[in-house]
Design a protein around this ligand. Structure first.
Ligand SMILES: [Zn+2]
Length: 379
């Protein structure tokens, strides 16, 4: 490290003065929660209606409708999880065909791919008259737009089971019927977006605001590990104030609201904010605890932990995360004196939550360096 970079690091340390841990105290300040949303969202691409080639068992007409559904979602800046839900609904309702209805004479005069007879429902999403005119409901971009409009109004839709989110919009007589299409919908959405997997959207997560493709790709080391955030190590792993600082603190200027990524693929084991800590507001060094945090269990009994998020994380327990999945956003909840990520690595962690603790914590700096994903601001 050069003298200049040492000086810079010291300056950052002084400026950020980030520490976590400490005893119970009083919450101090509120914060503007929308900053996380400020992550640059690129301009969405325009809906595309020109025919596209068939994909797998879906013919050209069906994939063209699917492309419109995805494009409208992008235009409306719906998180990619929304495209998957919309596709699954259209697969279930119409097998991705724009259906007229034999009991709705007007619908038979409008271009259609088939004729259904369910009540007075028409179109890809089998929408009934409350959703718009017959012609509107049989216009795929309109039908998709109305679907997304309703979906994003469902509180917590990003974290629901697919069929629960779908049912909250569709109110179908067979509420479980959408679930079986999840894999097909994910595969088709990924193919339309030109990705091997929907989770590979720019190394990000389908539930991230604006789509994680807008957060930029992250390099993945040969062992499949990535930096959770690209930032300076402001407090190392090791003894601190008479106890073990079981992780490493990462920060830099304007880090608040930056996406935090899963360091490797695994299953989300814990998403929590304990009662004794501060959750949706900044904490302080007089507080204790992690604030909002996530634990991810990786193959080989390794668990990573991510603390002090700005608000409820973007993932839920049991969810699979790939390396780079956006799991939440940097904040300062809990025992924290300023916005930073407190990142822990635990090894030989017995099965089940609550087993990652100080006794099995290892130095994340050494761990990540050995996996070709060294922590730090990079070059
Ligand atoms: Zn810390």
């Amino acid at each position: 490290m050069t003298r200049r970079s040492v000086a810079l690091t010291v300056a950052i340390l002084a400026a950020v003065a980030v520490l976590c841990g400490g005893m119970v105290g009083l919450p101090v300040m509120l914060f503007g929660q929308m900053q996380a949303e400020a992550a640059a969202c690129e301009l969405p691409s325009a809906p595309q209606a020109s025919p596209v080639p068939s994909v797998g068992e879906w013919n050209s007409a069906q994939t063209t409708h699917a492309t419109v559904i995805v494009s409208v979602g992008r235009q409306r800046r719906v998180a990619p999880r929304g495209y998957v839900i919309a596709l699954a609904v259209a697969m279930q309702e119409s097998t991705l065909r724009n259906l007229a209805n034999s009991t709705v004479p007007e619908s038979l005069d409008i271009p259609h791919d088939g004729v259904g007879s369910d009540h007075d429902s028409v179109g890809l999403f089998q929408q009934r008259p409350g959703w718009g005119s017959v012609r509107e409901r049989m216009t795929p971009s309109y039908a998709a737009g109305k679907f997304y409009e309703a979906l994003v109004g469902v509180d917590g839709w990003e974290r629901m089971r697919l069929t629960d989110a779908a049912q909250a919009v569709q109110r179908s007589g067979t509420p479980e019927a959408y679930q079986k299409w999840e894999d097909d919908a994910e595969a088709l959405a990924a193919q339309i977006l030109g990705l091997p997997n929907i989770d590979d959207i720019g190394g990000g997560d389908p539930t991230a605001p604006c789509g994680a493709d807008d957060l930029g790709p992250v390099p993945v080391g040969p062992g499949g590990w990535v930096q959770p955030i690209r930032a300076t190590i402001v407090s190392p792993f090791g003894p601190r104030g008479g106890r073990l600082h079981a992780g490493v603190d990462l920060s830099r200027q304007d880090v608040r609201g930056d996406p935090i990524r899963a360091a490797a693929s695994g299953v989300v084991e814990q998403v929590k904010c304990d009662w004794y800590t501060t959750c949706d507001r900044d904490g302080s060094t007089n507080q204790r605890g992690c604030g909002w945090y996530v634990d991810i269990r990786h193959p080989g009994d390794v668990v990573t932990r991510y603390c002090h998020m700005i608000r409820r994380p973007e993932v839920s327990i049991g969810q699979r995360a790939t390396a780079g999945t956006v799991i939440g956003f940097v904040g300062s909840s809990g025992g924290s004196s300023g916005p930073h990520l407190h990142f822990e690595v635990h090894v030989d962690v017995p099965e089940g939550p609550y087993h990652a603790n100080g006794a099995n914590a290892v130095d994340p700096v050494a761990w990540m360096r050995e996996r070709d994903a060294p922590l730090g601001p990079g070059t």
